[in-house]
Design a protein around this ligand. Sequence first.
Ligand code: AMP
Length: 280
Amino acid sequence: MTLIFRTIEEVRAWRHSLPANQTVGFVPTMGALHAGHISLMELAKARSGVALASIFVNPLQFGPGEDLARYPRPLEQDLSLLQAAGVDALFLPAVDELYPAGASTFVIEESVSGPLCGALRPGHFRGVTTVVLKLFNIVQPHIAVFGQKDAQQCAVIERMVRDLAVPVEIIRGPIIREADGLALSSRNVYLKPEERPAARLLFASLTAAKQAFEAGERNAARLTEIAEAMLQGQPGISLQYWDVRDARTLQPVAAAMPGETLFAVAAMVGTTRLIDNMTV
Ligand code: AMP
């Protein structure tokens, strides 16, 4: 039975009722849950025994003109999925529970947040770090699981936790994909059937670059060229970035290095913004 808490006080009371030696795992989400989210819950549960998820569509991480209003909120379906995954508790706060009127304190990471999605979505990572630290303060988990799907988000949170000595171990869960390679995302419901072939090209471009890397190509400019060639001029897709970066710092690299390099892509497919990545 998944317990549902709507207030900070309820979460704190539950948290304090657990035995002192009980490890607690936490998975923050914005809901519209899919198999990618559930894989993180299973990791949290396996690592800690007690798993708490949160569903909060965080207004602070959406920019003007982004999809805050239309973001999917299928709560009943989410609850059944959490139940089936054996998640012990769900924190489901309203906006004014997390952000009291006049809230004026924010967490800003100033380096890893800068490039890629940070450059295209000003204020996005400030919204993410602020809500994640606040949720950590409420839940006080031992571990928190985030998806590699949002590789920059993982790197930003790891940096915040290191810099601010936050006593939470961050675990990255692998990207869960559709059979055709498309990374699962709550935003995939926006895609029209005729947009699916274009959406698939993100994964195809990453795979092409990875194959070139495995065949010995290390030059970042050349790898980018190979990937971009698959996307440019394709109908229905508008590329935002395709880049080769250091996986931890997100800084550009001239050469891809085994175990340290991230290929990252973002594109608009119709009105839907999609991101994907691969580590090599
Ligand atoms: P969101 O609800 O989009 O904020 O995502 C909540 C968590 O689920 C984040 O840590 C995401 O990185 C993760 N996530 C989203 N999609 C996937 C996926 N396809 N595979 C694994 N994790 C994912």
